[in-house]
Design a protein around this ligand. Sequence first.
Ligand SMILES: Nc1ncnc2c1ncn2[C@@H]1O[C@H](COP(=O)(O)OP(=O)(O)OP(=O)(O)O)[C@@H](O)[C@H]1O
Ligand SMILES: O=P(O)(O)OC[C@H]1O[C@H](OP(=O)(O)OP(=O)(O)O)[C@H](O)[C@@H]1O
Ligand SMILES: O=C(O)c1cccnc1
Length: 498
Amino acid sequence: MKITKDLYQGSLALLTDFYQLTMAYAYWKSGKAEQEAVFNLFFRKHPFQGGFTIAAGLDYVVDYCKNFKFSQEDLSYLATMKGKDGKVLFETGFLEYLKNMKFSCDIDAVEEGTVVFPNTPLVRVKGPLIQCQLLETPLLNIINFQSLIATKAARINLAAQGEPVLEFGLRRAQGIDGGLAASRAAYIGGCTSTSNVMAGKLFGIPVSGTHAHSWIMSFETEMEAFEAYADAFPDQSIFLVDTYDTVNGIKNAIKVGNALRSNGKEMVGIRIDSGDLAYFSNVAREMLDEAGFPDAKIVASNDLDENIITSLKGQEASINVWGVGTKLVTAFDQPALGGVYKLSAIRDEEGRWIPKIKLSQQSLKINIPGVHTVKRFFSKGKAVADMIYLESQELNPQAALIIDPNDPTRRKRMMPAFYQEEILLKPIFAKGKLIYTLPTIAQIRDRVQDQLGSIDKTHKRLVNPHLYPIGLEENLHQLRMELVLKAKQVDNGNDAEQ
Ligand SMILES: Nc1ncnc2c1ncn2[C@@H]1O[C@H](COP(=O)(O)OP(=O)(O)OP(=O)(O)O)[C@@H](O)[C@H]1O
Ligand SMILES: O=P(O)(O)OC[C@H]1O[C@H](OP(=O)(O)OP(=O)(O)O)[C@H](O)[C@@H]1O
Ligand SMILES: O=C(O)c1cccnc1
């Protein structure tokens, strides 16, 4: 495998779970491939025990769907697959069907950078059952990871209280695309720049960095190393001061800073990468101020995350720039967002939508049936609640009642006259045609900040946040309850017969 040349071979159609393909074959074989269905992508719990999630990855989803096509190489590979009996697994008629398959779904999705809450659809796919099914794994792969990292980045940036956060994660990221997607999502979530040069090139993210201990160690003395760096980058020098002795390193940085100044240049600052970051940043601040460098930045790095940054802020550390790698790009304390993709309705032969329910021992896991969408209510510009409702439902214009899907005793009456509303699911594809203008990455990043500004600060608290109200419109709640009870009766009946 030559990763530089052979990795994707121009097609991602096989980047899926095997069972999607066996189901696709069986849908085709049983004549159900073209039956219309609706699937929803949602998650059940915020990551990091937080109070909000940032939706990210839609740009990748759009690209994936636009290019949703099995290549000749993909089909040739599928043709070699054998069943337990040693016979070919997929008939040639099916491979021919895949070859001619054209993406034709409707996709509605929340825009990238939107603040989202549990159980509300982030992406809704409506179209031929076989296509909806085949999209499950790639859509989850894309949205789960980028939303997770964008959320982590937003938390880290909230902790940094507006100070720049530089993303340094590539070396510890989850592989090659993990690293690229993480840099993209980290920037969306609020980071100022990435150290990942390829992400800079591919996504138009600002790239920045300092230098490593190896630079210092390659010289006889730290002083020589600083001087040589200043010579190479007289306008962009940030000196890493902790290779040998941090206080001495700060003294050397000041000396080189003075030399730069005598040439009409200014050092940008220093970086501290070990030891007590509160203590050394305060020592550095005092020394830099005394030496006449009050504007020199103090960059800190070393296994930082939102909790350590919050602690350092509490200790009044004099850090103005935060370099964050491993714990950001790996979402260290929660390495996956548990997004799921569930069938919620299927069209019968008469063209009626039949809502579908999946029972679970855990009521938390019972899905929301029907062709539904989600509306956000705002009061004085602040988001106050999200309502999931059946798209075909006539809503009571006076007052809509929303009911928590996990606890029906939690209810809230929305008086639309007093609120502004926004339907969060936006049309992205109609019958396979892209009808949405993709925003730039900078617009998505700005959107995250606007969105975070639209929710109450109690939901943004990093620890024990206040729960944002989301609920099912009462008719949808009713439908769900009826379907659950009906499905349970069927189950009981079956049990009784056994
Ligand atoms: N004042 C502080 N308050 C809270 N956490 C801190 C403080 N100073 C440093 N830390 C964090 O404590 C951890 C220290 O880790 P570690 O013991 O590996 O660092 P170190 O030994 O100083 O440096 P290294 O081993 O990387 O050279 C890091 O996660 C760092 O961000
Ligand atoms: O700590 P992170 O948040 O991942 O940030 C990136 C780290 O990468 C570099 O360290 P390096 O790879 O040289 O290893 P180190 O941890 O031993 O310093 C840098 O000096 C940071 O400490
Ligand atoms: O530019 C830096 O300082 C940097 C880049 C990657 C990892 N650690 C630090």
